[in-house]
Design a protein. Structure first.
Length: 79
């Protein structure tokens, strides 16, 4: 898997600076939302033909690195 930085970047003038797939206006957030809604990789690639499989894999590598660096919101345990 290539470095996610080759696929994902942030530009304050595009989608308010959210991380996006380079060369698109497709955000990392959107890709994760599609997966959480039950979409498959094939469905995403068919619906967004500018995406490549490496872009999707980079999304998960980016998320992994965010979690490793603790760039996430902690989940509070219910009492």
């Amino acid at each position: 898997m290539a470095d996610w930085k080759q696929h994902i970047h942030s530009n304050p003038e595009v989608l308010l600076g959210k991380p996006i797939i380079k060369g698109t206006r497709i955000s990392v957030e959107l890709i994760l939302e599609l997966y959480s809604s039950g979409w498959t990789t094939d469905q995403i690639l068919e619906s967004y033909p500018t995406l490549q499989l490496d872009d999707i894999l980079a999304t998960f590598a980016y998320l992994r690195d965010c979690i490793r660096q603790e760039l996430f919101f902690p989940i509070k345990q219910a009492i």
